[in-house]
Ligand binder design. Structure first.
Ligand code: OGA
Ligand code: NI
Length: 329
């Protein structure tokens, strides 16, 4: 990782409270079995209550997942100068510690890629990494499409591809991210509490599909503001509701606030497919979801406008605030 000039201790954020949730029995993360006939109802409930759920029986072959995991592990184990040949993440490329252009830092290195162009990978064997990425992304995209169709069905939105078509569009602005959190030295952890790997934020897109290796670290925030740890499960996927879906459902679903804590012994590798609409797509509460005289809570915006505004702000900032309609008093 890059050695920054200031002592590391001064640059990172820490969470002093080691227990993420004060509750004696924090709620279990909802789990949806995609092969069950009632899964759409479970998905809707999970999106309303948590904005987050785990999926099993997802149909993505384990072989594609392991293949990408080993390619990514190989990439992140390259010397820094090799990884940097991929170019800075402006917008796509390799990044280290600095997340975004606004001063956010974390104990993480990452590779940010677009989903509709072959990646420019500066590795020994870019073909095999590229094939692993494309195969994985195609399988995850299909699963995400099915989930969005179940969401539309569950919410009685017609036609059932109303949401999924946004990410299936050739012009869809979906992105893919590989995050590598190296083990964080013990000293740092014990002196300062837990080190932040990726600071709290919501994802701006429609939904995000996350898979990680078996290392803990991911936490989500509940509606009451407390944080709970998400037990890792390398065989499953985790789905986050993003800001755009919160807006389209006029706040019936909530985009989930999440963060990653660094681990002192094991490295964490996560791969996230962020399902985004085309840049020109207008995002606004769907009229068919408005009940009675319910008012729209958000001003209409294009995905381009929202993305620009989101990337101009700090991670933890409530980016939707600028698009909320202020109730006339
Ligand atoms: C993200 C994110 C979580 C993780 O990249 O937006 O929330 O486990 N990552 O890496
Ligand atoms: Ni995220």
């Amino acid at each position: 990782m890059v050695i920054l000039s200031k002592p590391v201790i001064e640059q990172f954020s820490y969470i002093r409270n080691k227990q993420p949730s004060a509750a004696l029995f924090p709620p279990l993360i909802p789990m949806v079995d995609l092969s069950k006939p009632d899964s759409k109802h479970q998905i809707i409930k999970a999106c309303e209550e948590f904005g987050f759920f785990k999926v099993i029986n997802h149909g993505v072959p384990m072989e594609l997942i392991s293949r990408l995991e080993s390619e990514a592990t190989e990439f992140f184990s390259l010397p820094l100068c090799e990884k940097e040949k991929t170019g800075q993440p402006k917008p796509y490329g390799y990044g280290n510690k600095r997340i975004g252009p606004n001063g956010d830092v974390g104990w993480v290195e990452y590779l940010l890629l677009t989903t509709n162009q072959d990646p420019n990978l500066a590795t020994e064997n870019p073909e095999s990494f590229g094939v692993a990425l494309n195969n994985y992304m195609a399988a995850v995209k299909k699963m995400a499409c099915e989930i969005l169709e179940m969401v539309a069905d569950g919410l009685k939105i017609q036609p059932r591809n109303s949401l999924s078509k946004l990410m299936m569009d050739e012009q869809s602005d979906s992105v893919f991210r590989l995050n590598h959190y190296p083990p964080c030295p013990d000293a740092l952890q014990s002196l300062n509490g837990n080190v932040i790997g990726f600071g709290e934020h919501t994802d701006p897109q429609i939904i995000s599909v996350l898979r990680s290796n078996n290392t803990a670290g991911l936490q989500i925030s509940l509606r009451d503001g407390s944080w709970i740890s998400v037990p890792p499960d390398q065989y499953s996927f985790f789905i986050n509701v993003g800001d755009s879906l919160q807006v389209m459902t006029n706040g019936r679903f909530n985009s989930v606030k999440h963060r990653v804590m660094a681990n002192s012994v094991k490295s964490r590798l996560s791969m996230i497919y962020f399902c985004g609409p085309p840049l020109s797509e207008k995002i606004a509460p769907l009229p068919c979801l408005m009940r009675g005289d319910q008012q729209s809570l958000y001003k209409e915006f294009t995905w381009f406008e929202y993305k620009r505004s989101a990337y101009a702000s700090r991670l933890a900032h409530n980016r939707l605030m600028h698009f909320e309609k202020i109730a006339a008093s």
